[in-house]
Design a protein around this ligand. Structure first.
Ligand code: GLA
Length: 398
């Protein structure tokens, strides 16, 4: 359980008390959080059964929630001043996106044959939306984590991760991998998680942030193309596997291929499947090499790999956009930046930058100015700290 003084949570708790009549639940409300995630290296490798290196951050979705005596479900979006009411019997798709994500979780609970009653919840948070920090996974994981606790469903963390991913695949319709939900649920303070997305074995690597810090630069480009292009990339990877399997039957996913094998099959794969496969096989190797850098305390070498990842995402996997490319290129002239790249699914959102802690202010002001001059748009920068994954929260100043 996390004990913290947190303004965001205090505000959501206050709204909960304004909105819900104290007689509607005989049980005291409890508070839960699931954080957004960053990813250091290993982009688009999760659904290829490769490795990823994410972490959960100090920006989260919070739920203040209690069971009800009846079967009503009342959801209150405190940041939007909107409510949505339904019952357990009616999970038809709502028009509000935020309610849509939450009903996806209720559907999974029903599909698993788990029993819950009605409940009332106020939620909100400080994960920037559409910025590539996986606010939707945080929302889904937070609700499922909370329901698991208040209704004593007996799910372990891995079951929560898998159900939240299925909710996204089946109800929301994005064929995402497992990284976001895993990071939000399993994150650990000042550590990154190397997750093997095939076996689901994982290992924490310390990522102390004394001399260097992580800064996200938000292009403010919302990735509207992302869902359809994401599913297309998945199909291209599946096509690569089918083509390689003809001569190498052991290949079940790109995880089983190497950059050398992909090169040897360049003609068979054709364009763009060859470029996609090249990037994925190299990126899977890069995660493991990057972990060696972290273990050796060599952040310089780690940062160079971040640039290599960006190069591949921009030119071979083709999921970047001019704004992201501009921000990464701008850091090449800045000695205080060890590494930078686009982060997450792509087509917008943030770059992640590994920046010398003593130079944070000057880094932010330089990059903001450059972005403003080129795109006439403000550039929000978020300094993120790596924090624990999903937890119950007790607010101390309430
Ligand atoms: C999105 C998906 C993840 C992962 C990343 C790209 O965030 O939800 O599963 O595939 O894109 O690495």
């Amino acid at each position: 359980m996390l004990v913290e003084s947190n303004e965001t949570l205090a505000r959501i708790q206050a709204q909960y008390h304004q909105v819900f009549d104290r007689t509607s639940s005989t049980v005291a409300e409890r508070s839960f959080r699931s954080p957004g995630r960053i990813n250091l290296i290993g982009e688009h490798t999760d659904y290829n059964q490769g490795y990823v290196l994410p972490a959960s951050v100090d920006k989260a979705v919070y739920f203040v929630i209690a069971p009800r005596e009846d079967d009503q479900i009342i959801l209150r979006a405190t940041d939007l001043d909107e409510s949505y009411t339904t019952t357990l019997d009616d999970l038809s798709k709502p028009s509000q996106t935020w309610a849509f994500y939450q009903l996806s979780i209720l559907e999974q609970i029903q599909k698993k044959g788990l029993k819950i009653k009605g409940f009332q919840a106020a939620f909100g948070g400080d994960v920037p939306l559409g910025a590539g920090l996986s606010s939707s996974a945080a929302l889904e994981c937070a609700l499922l984590f909370a329901l698991n606790e208040i209704f004593e469903l007996g799910l372990d963390r891995l079951e929560i991760v898998k159900m939240a991913q299925k909710a996204e695949n089946e109800y929301v319709g994005v064929q995402c991998g497992i990284m976001d939900q895993f990071a939000s649920t399993f994150g650990k303070e000042e550590s990154v998680i190397r997750l093997d997305c095939r076996s689901l074995d994982y290992e924490y690597f310390p990522f102390p942030m004394d001399d260097y810090q992580l800064v996200l630069c938000d292009t403010q480009v919302k990735h509207s193309l992302a869902d359809s292009a994401y599913n297309t990339r998945r199909q291209e990877c599946e096509m690569a596997v089918a083509l390689l399997q003809a001569s190498h039957p052991h290949i079940q996913s790109l995880r089983d291929a190497t950059p050398a094998l992909v090169l040897a099959n360049k003609e068979i794969l054709g364009s763009p499947v060859y470029q996609r496969s090249k990037y994925i096989t190299e990126e899977i190797e890069r995660v493991n090499e990057g972990c060696k850098d972290l273990a050796a305390g060599n952040l310089q070498a780690f940062g160079e790999k971040m640039y290599q990842t960006h190069y591949g995402l921009q030119n071979e996997y083709e999921v970047s956009c001019p704004e992201l490319d501009f921000l990464v290129a701008a850091t090449l002239e800045m000695p205080e930046v060890l590494g930078a790249r686009m982060m997450g699914g792509g087509f917008g959102g943030c770059t992640i930058n590994l920046v010398k802690a003593s130079e944070l202010d000057s880094f932010e002001s330089k990059i903001r100015k450059a972005y403003q001059e080129s795109f006439n748009t403000e550039l929000p920068c978020y300094r993120v700290r790596i924090m624990d994954g999903s937890s119950e929260v007790v607010e101390i100043n309430h």
